[in-house]
Every structure is written in structure tokens, then in C-alpha cells.
Design a protein. Structure first.
Lengths: 230, 105
């Protein structure tokens, strides 16, 4: 004689009240995760401060350029003495030339501390779209990570000469875009209290450029020795 | 009694769409159309000849002289400048495809 297997008793379906409670708790947990982790990590929105505590806000806004150490370990921040801004080290200078192919764009930016000064002149072989702007070194809630300094935002020009006092610590510089089908050459000369320079191409590749100190400039002839001999 | 695993599963399902909403980088791809379908555009880059695949999304636009034109205007060999957003060259959503004249040599 054989025994046929007895089927297990069917589980009772959850009641409507249980389903509603489960859904409500799930929505609550999802909202909590959204506010405490997803928003800080993805968008830098951190209303409860959990993103900063867990280091998640760095994911939303990673540092865009390596922060090079200024000479002698001191940040190149000016100490104001009346009209003078006194720095702990000499300024740096830089020359940069780039060939922008048809429709290409490039960004070129310097790392400046807040209130540090930059002098510049740039020229282009044909009109380019341009915009001078800065990216903050640190992202703060409610403050845009970028700020344009140029009222002629992305208008065409063949050059510009000026100076900038950095309104915040971060990288500051130019966006240049070739609007047409012919290659354009852009040349930039600058001097200032910056510590690094970065070139960002339209394929998002980044290249940190080496800067030169004043000692690299052959500005002075060797001092004359006795009898006028060098 | 609400099982924790059920709550977690519901929460993950509700959060899933937000994973696609990321802060992306802007890319510009310049070249000629290699292939176009209703979902994707392959562009052969001028600078290195490599083909980059980008996906059309709901807000993607195709323009010529700043005027919108249909996707059907994109033919193999058409010179284009594509602004796209994504995490890398392997994962790009199209913002705008500009049909441009061939670069002067």
C-alpha cells in the first residue's frame, strides 16, 4: 500500500491592512534613504547633514583639480595692509597656447585661494565663444558650485585683458569654444598667485600643467663684476 | 507582522529610479554619423576615427542652423557636433545633435 504525499497547507494571503501598512513603512524607509544618502551622494543636497557626516557629499562634487601646495607650506592668501596685498611667496607666471579644432572647446583654469590676484591677457586668431568663471573648491549647501564672472557670458570675442581677484577658493579661468569650421589658435599669458593650472578638453580629459617660477625668467643680466666684467 | 525583508524590497524598488538620476559630465563629440537608429547614434570622431555610441533620450534634439530638424536628417557621413551627458564615453545620453558644414581643410 502506498501513501500519496499530503500537500502543505496554503499560506493565507496578507490582509489589506497588512499590505497597506507594509507599503507605508516601505515608503517611509525609502524617503529616509533618499534624504539621508541618495540626495547628498548624487546632488550634494544634504538637509540633515548626514551626507557630510558619512562623506557622501564628496561623491556628488569631487574635487576637480589637485590642490597643489603653495611654496613654503603657506597658502597663497594675501594679507591686506591698506592698499597692499602681501603674499607669503612670489607670484607665478604662465603662457598657454592651444589650437582649437572645428567646434571644439577647452577650459583652462588656475587654482587660486580666496582674494588671490591673477593678471591675464589672451588673444585668439578668430572670434571664439568665451566665458570666465570659477569652480568652488568646496561645495556648500545652497551655493552654486560654479559662478560666471563674465557678463558677456559665452559671447564671441578675439581677446581680453584684465585681472581677477578670486571671490572664493577654487579653480578660476576660461571656457573657449571654436564656433566654426576652421582651427583657431588661442594664446594666454598670465601672472598671479596661483598654485596649479589645469586644462579640460571637450572629451573631459584633464591635464595638469606645470607652472614656472620667476626664477625661470631671464629678466636680468648677470650682475657686473669688478671692472664691469660679468 | 511586517517582515523586514519585505520592507527593504519595497524601499529598493521605490529608490531604483533615482539611481539613474545622476550628476553627469558634459561631453562634446565631433565627427560624422556612422550609423543611426531610433535609439542610438554612432559618430566617427574626427580626431581619432573612433566610433562613439550615444543614446537618444526624450529631450534629445537635432538642429541645423539653430532650427530643430527630424532625426531622419541624420544620414551616414553627415558632419555633426553632439553635446551629450554621461559618466564616460561608454555611457552617453544625447542632449543636442547639431548638423554642421564639413570642417574646412
Amino acid at each position: 500500500m502506498t501513501h500519496s504525499p499530503v500537500p502543505p497547507p496554503a499560506a493565507a494571503p496578507p490582509s489589506l491592512a497588512t499590505l497597506a501598512k507594509t507599503t507605508a513603512v516601505s515608503v517611509l524607509v525609502a524617503a529616509l534613504l533618499l534624504v539621508t544618502t541618495v540626495l547628498p551622494a548624487e546632488y550634494g543636497i544634504d538637509p540633515l547633514g548626514t551626507g557630510r557626516a558619512l562623506g557622501l557629499t564628496d561623491i556628488a562634487s569631487p574635487p576637480v583639480a589637485p590642490a597643489a601646495e603653495p611654496p613654503k607650506g603657506a597658502a597663497l592668501v594675501p594679507v591686506q595692509n591698506g592698499p597692499l596685498g602681501v603674499y607669503p611667496a612670489a607670484f607665478t607666471f604662465d603662457t598657454y597656447q592651444v589650437a582649437l579644432g572645428p567646434y571644439e572647446y577647452v577650459e583652462y583654469k588656475y587654482r587660486l585661494e580666496k582674494d588671490a590676484t591673477l593678471l591675464y591677457s589672451w588673444s585668439a586668431s578668430a572670434p571664439v565663444l568665451h566665458d570666465m568663471h570659477g569652480e568652488r573648491a568646496e561645495v556648500t549647501d545652497g551655493v552654486p558650485p560654479e559662478q560666471s564672472f563674465d557678463k558677456q557670458n559665452r559671447r564671441e570675442a578675439s581677446g581680453s585683458h584684465g585681472s581677477l581677484v578670486a571671490p572664493f577658493a577654487g579653480i578660476h579661468g576660461w571656457y573657449w569654444e571654436n564656433p566654426g569650421g576652421e582651427t583657431i589658435i588661442i594664446r594666454l599669458t598670465s601672472a598671479g598667485y596661483y598654485t596649479s593650472a589645469v586644462e579640460i578638453r571637450s572629451d573631459r580629459s584633464r591635464r595638469t600643467r606645470e607652472l614656472r617660477s620667476l626664477d625661470a625668467l631671464p629678466l636680468f643680466a648677470p650682475p657686473a663684476g669688478p671692472g664691469g666684467q660679468p | 507582522m511586517i517582515r523586514p525583508s519585505v520592507v527593504l524590497a519595497f524601499a529598493l524598488i521605490l529608490l531604483a529610479p533615482t539611481a539613474t538620476l545622476r550628476a553627469h559630465d558634459n561631453y562634446r563629440i565631433i565627427g560624422t554619423v556612422a550609423q543611426v537608429t531610433k535609439d542610438a547614434l554612432d559618430v566617427k570622431q574626427t580626431k581619432d576615427g573612433k566610433i562613439v555610441r550615444m543614446m537618444f533620450v526624450e529631450k534629445s534634439t537635432v538642429t541645423r542652423d539653430k532650427k530643430k530638424v527630424p532625426v531622419s536628417d541624420l544620414k551616414p557621413g553627415t558632419h555633426v557636433v553632439v553635446d551629450a551627458r554621461g559618466d564616460s564615453l561608454l555611457e552617453l545620453d544625447i542632449v543636442e545633435v547639431r548638423i554642421v558644414p564639413p570642417p574646412k581643410k
